[in-house]
Design a protein around this ligand. Structure first.
Ligand SMILES: Nc1ncnc2c1ncn2[C@@H]1O[C@H](COP(=O)(O)OP(=O)(O)OP(=O)(O)O)[C@@H](O)[C@H]1O
Ligand SMILES: [Mg+2]
Length: 751
């Protein structure tokens, strides 16, 4: 049980007062008893002295009768209940009760008293008759001779009664005093406790947030001072609470999420933006949920709290957090010390949600990378294309003259074998150049409407041979229904290159899975990959379960001459040609690879709604000896010479010009119609296309054949005036030129 202050004060003060009252009562009763006894003793002694004076004479004369008389008188006076005279041995010489005479009193006190010269009182004792008494021994001395000792039995009853009565009164007075003390104490306690109680009540209300109160100040004592201090405190609290509220408002209006954390990891304060950022996890915010933001770094050297406690003045870091609903966010966290009296008491943290910013940065970095990659591929492609163009001219000369030489050297001549070796080597070089041209997207394509599934299934046998028996070829998911426009042989080449790479990646066997599907690439996808046009596509994917690639390798695989296979094993042109071919088809290629797991190449080719058509038949009109007039325009001297050397023996009438201007001048001097203009495209001064337009203007019947290492589509560039022109790819060989001329002139003859 708990007592209030008033009860305690009452008990304490009442107890103290009662103790004083009881002590006083006891003291008074003791004092009374003592003084009564003293008074009785004095009375006893004076009565005894009186008696001694009267009995001295009868004692000397041994007048026993008188003695007896005196004794009787004395007993009747009520003060003494017995009177006796003892001799030195304690023997009773005379007694008011004659039957007692002759008895001997030998108790120690009597013996002591019989020897003592002063009157002595015995202790109080009970007589056999049930009386409370104390006896007085008085010596009787006459002329220094002790005649005997008078023993007077003195009843104590009267004293006891008087003392008992006065004790009863004292007890009554004591009880009254205790009650009065308690009442007084209670009154005093309530007087003292009342202001304290009202202060306590006021404190409780302040604790509950009621700051608009003050307590009465009526006194100048300590309680008054306390009340005044209390009122001053609430006034100050009111003032600081207003600024606390405005601080909280400012705190809440900050767009950054801010909070303070003490050194025990408790979040002490946090603003509204923090609640919003943490998705309204209010409960958590005011509790020990510091882990939420800090879980990933709490146990590392990055722990903000540890760093600030360790003396750092400013910490900024970016970290990922996961909210309770599973969403992930990237935040930038800035922390500074929270100081109290110049000592670090915790951390002030400001947290910015940079998830969107990071995503945008990533996207822009991605696009930037794509752009850089595309520009790199573009410039490497231009370089490769330029080299290939020049090589084509050189190879045309080598192959052309080897072929011409072979045609003129008789069979069995040792020179013919050498010429064949030269031609073979040149053909290999031409194949490489073709690959480079494919990469630089300048190869000659023969586009038709194709069903990719058919292209793949037709290659089954060939692919099986390429990959060998240890690798299983899986073609079960050819789901594409759409068609594409493409060059059949180039697509075959693409698949072969991918299959060969897959085989090389699976030296211990594995699976090669080729799949097709219709896919629609939407705007979102196009935004992700800047070079993609949204629309319907056919996806051709080639997956192997081989060694896969590291990121570093993956970055470079489409570059010409990049290989990890060593000089003998690979040229590094396989994927470059695949890349170029796919790009030239208006498609794009992605690679996904994981070391030791495998690789998937995904090729997206634009779908067409055109129906499948047959390739324009190229009729080979062999055995026709020419007689027509051909104007050959080629800026490369050796090549011009080669063309003349090829065409003249065939019977054509040849005119040679080194450029467009020269060709026009020559055209005006030619006798008779010009049947064929055989011209290079890229020439200084006037290029082949301009020359062709002018000549066709003057003489529409002239057939134009362009010669170029670049693709036909690039040369023609959708120019309708050039639609009926022909095209022959470089490097030019006599047989191909022959066939082309036969086609062109044969058609014209036929028409
Ligand atoms: N399926 C694949 N698995 C693992 N790595 C591959 C795969 N395809 C290509 N690569 C890597 O890409 C590199 C370039 O391939 P690319 O086909 O261009 O050249 P290559 O195969 O080395 O030589 P080649 O000119 O004979 O094709 C390879 O050397 C290889 O490191
Ligand atoms: Mg390869």
């Amino acid at each position: 049980m708990r007592f209030g202050l008033a009860a305690k004060l009452t008990l304490f003060m009442g107890g103290a007062m009662a103790l004083v009252a009881v002590t006083m009562a006891l003291t008074v009763s003791l004092y009374m008893q003592k003084s009564l006894e003293r008074e009785h003793h004095l009375r006893c002694l004076s009565s005894a002295a009186h008696l001694v004076r009267h009995i001295r004479a009868p004692l000397i004369t041994n007048d026993l009768y008188s003695l007896y008389e005196y004794f009787q008188d004395t007993v009747q006076q009520d003060l003494f209940y017995s009177v006796m005279l003892l001799d030195g041995s304690g023997k009773v010489l005379m007694h008011n009760d004659l039957l007692e005479i002759g008895k001997i009193h030998e108790d120690p006190f009597s013996r002591h008293a019989l020897q003592t010269e002063k009157p002595l009182f015995s202790d109080i004792f009970w007589t056999e008759d049930g009386l409370l008494v104390d006896d007085v021994f008085v010596p009787i001395v006459v002329a220094d001779i002790r005649l005997g000792t008078l023993r007077l039995g003195h009843s104590h009853a009267e004293i006891e009664k008087t003392v008992g009565d006065s004790r009863k009164q004292i007890v009554l007075v004591g009880i009254a005093a205790i009650l009065a003390s308690l009442l007084l104490a209670n009154f005093l306690a309530s007087v003292i406790a009342r202001p304290i109680r009202s202060l306590t009540d006021a404190t409780k209300r302040v604790a509950l947030g009621d700051l608009n109160l003050s307590v009465d100040v009526r006194k100048g004592d300590e309680l008054g001072i306390l009340a005044r201090s209390f009122n001053a405190m609430t006034r100050e609290l009111r003032r600081t609470t207003v600024s606390h509220d405005s601080l909280q408002n400012i705190f809440n209006s900050a767009s950054d999420a801010i909070r303070t954390i003490n050194l025990e990891n408790d979040i002490v304060m946090s603003n509204r933006a923090m609640t919003d950022l943490l998705n309204g996890q209010g409960k958590c915010i005011q509790g020990k949920c510091y882990q939420l933001i800090h879980a990933p770094i709490c146990d590392t050297a990055d722990c903000v709290l540890k760093r600030i406690a360790g003396g750092e003045k400013y910490v900024q870091l970016e970290t990922a957090i996961e909210l309770h609903d599973g969403r992930k966010k990237v935040v930038r966290l800035t922390a500074t010390p929270l100081l109290e009296n110049d000592r670090i008491a915790g951390v002030i943290e400001s947290i910015q949600d940079i998830t969107d910013q990071k995503a945008a940065e990533k996207e822009s970095q991605n696009l930037q990378n794509q752009l850089v990659q595309a520009q790199k591929m573009e410039s490497v492609g231009r370089l490769a294309g330029g080299v290939a163009h020049d090589f084509n001219n050189i190879l045309s000369v080598i192959i052309g003259y080897s072929e011409l030489g072979l045609a003129t050297v008789p069979k069995g001549d040792p020179l013919s074998e050498k010429l064949r070796i030269i031609e073979d080597a040149a053909q290999k070089a031409a194949a490489l150049v073709r690959q480079l041209l494919a990469f630089s997207r300048k190869q000659v394509l023969e586009m038709t409407v194709l069903n990719v599934n058919e292209v793949v299934t037709n290659m089954m046998k060939m692919l099986g041979r390429v990959i060998g028996e240890d690798i299983r070829l899986e073609l079960s998911s050819l789901r594409a229904t759409r068609k594409i426009i493409g060059d059949h042989s180039q697509l075959v080449q693409v698949l072969m290159n991918l299959a060969v790479n897959a085989r090389d990646a699976m030296p211990n066997g594995g699976r090669l899975i080729i799949e097709t599907a219709d896919v629609d690439l939407d705007e979102d996808y196009a935004r992700l990959y800047s070079y993609v046009q949204p629309g319907p596509y056919v996806l051709l994917s080639v997956t192997d379960t081989g060694i896969g690639m590291s990121r570093e390798v993956m970055k470079n695989i489409f570059e010409p001459f990049f290989t990890t296979k060593g000089p003998e094993a690979g040229t590094g042109l396989g994927l470059s040609t695949v890349y170029g071919t796919v790009k030239q088809h208006g498609g794009h290629i992605h690679v996904y690879s994981e070391p030791d797991r495998g690789t998937t190449f995904k090729i997206y080719l634009p779908a067409t709604d055109k129906e499948k058509g047959e390739r324009a038949a190229t009729k080979a009109l062999r055995g026709r000896q020419g007689s027509e007039t051909i104007l050959v325009v080629e800026d490369e001297h050796v090549l011009r010479q080669l063309l003349a050397d090829i065409l003249r023996p065939m019977g054509y009438k040849i005119h040679l010009a080194a450029n467009g201007r020269e060709a026009l001048e020559l055209f005006n001097t030619i006798q008779g119609p010009l049947d064929v203009l055989l011209t290079d495209v890229m020439m200084p001064e006037m290029d082949g296309r301009e020359l062709a337009r002018r000549i066709m203007d003057m003489h529409p019947a002239t057939k134009v054949i362009f010669m170029s290492g670049y693709a036909q589509s690039i040369i023609m560039q959708n120019d309708s005036t050039l639609e009926q022109c022909y095209f022959i790819p470089k490097p030019i060989t006599p047989s191909v030129l022959d066939a082309k001329l036969r086609q062109v002139l044969g058609e014209s003859t036929a028409s």
